[in-house]
Design a protein around this ligand. Structure first.
Ligand SMILES: C[S@@+](CC[C@H](N)C(=O)[O-])C[C@H]1O[C@@H](n2cnc3c(N)ncnc32)[C@H](O)[C@@H]1O
Length: 205
């Protein structure tokens, strides 16, 4: 990992995804999160102040050391205990059925093997538990989708492996989760990155 990806990108992400507009979108997506939660792609911890009161414990997973440093103040200030348990959500160091819910915000775009990550989440979330996600991905507008395809190789290189074209609800549903709800909407910003999926999926066990 070079200096850009290890040192600069986590700070850029912290600024870009840490503003008020994003906080509003995040808050809506976190509604219903409860109990013991696994958060993949924890990053600099922008969701920490927004966890609902029903959350009792968070297991955080992220490879970024700088992200963890940026998160430190939020983690210390959090009334909810947060424990860093690992670097890679494709391999979660947790027993089967050990979490009530899981959370991913703008992370499934960057995980190299999404199917492996989702299989791990299904393993550690108890039957009946929920996976909440807020992700950007494949645009339903053909012209934008074509542009996403064109820019994806560059995006992957400069943005930590971020894919632009992933159809997140299809990937989540295809992994065996039962989709409970999905809202699709666009936020301000470059169109290739602004189509959002905010949803909840149940682990049937
Ligand atoms: C765009 S950032 C989003 C960070 C944070 N979730 C947020 O909402 O601002 C993507 C995050 O996914 C993390 N990530 C990338 N690959 C990962 C993996 N295999 N397992 C866990 N986290 C990963 C990155 O380090 C980064 O912190």
């Amino acid at each position: 990992m070079g200096v850009w990806e290890a040192q600069v990108l986590p700070r850029v992400i912290d600024k870009m995804l840490g503003n008020e507009q994003m906080a509003k979108v995040r808050s809506r997506s976190l509604a219903g999160l409860h109990g013991v939660v696994v958060e993949i792609g924890f990053g600099s911890g922008p969701n920490v102040p927004l966890y609902p009161e029903a959350v009792t414990k968070v297991y955080a997973v992220d490879p970024s050391v700088v992200g963890r440093k940026l998160a430190a103040e939020r983690v210390v200030a959090s009334p909810i205990p947060i424990e860093f348990i690992g670097l890679d959500c494709e391999h979660l160091p947790l027993p089967d059925d050990s979490a009530d819910s899981a959370l991913s915000t703008w992370t499934l775009c960057s995980v190299p093997d999404v199917a492996a990550a989702l299989a791990e989440l299904r393993r550690v979330i108890r039957p009946g538990g929920e996976f909440l996600f807020l992700e950007h991905g494949h645009s339903p507008v053909e012209k934008v989708a074509r542009r996403q395809q064109r820019f994806e190789p560059l995006q992957k290189r400069v943005a930590g492996g971020c894919h632009l074209t992933r159809d997140i609800p299809a990937l989540v549903g295809g992994s065996g989760f039962e989709i409970q709800r999905v809202a699709e909407f666009d936020i301000a910003g470059p169109k290739i990155m602004s189509h959002m999926f905010s949803g909840a999926a149940r682990n049937p066990g």
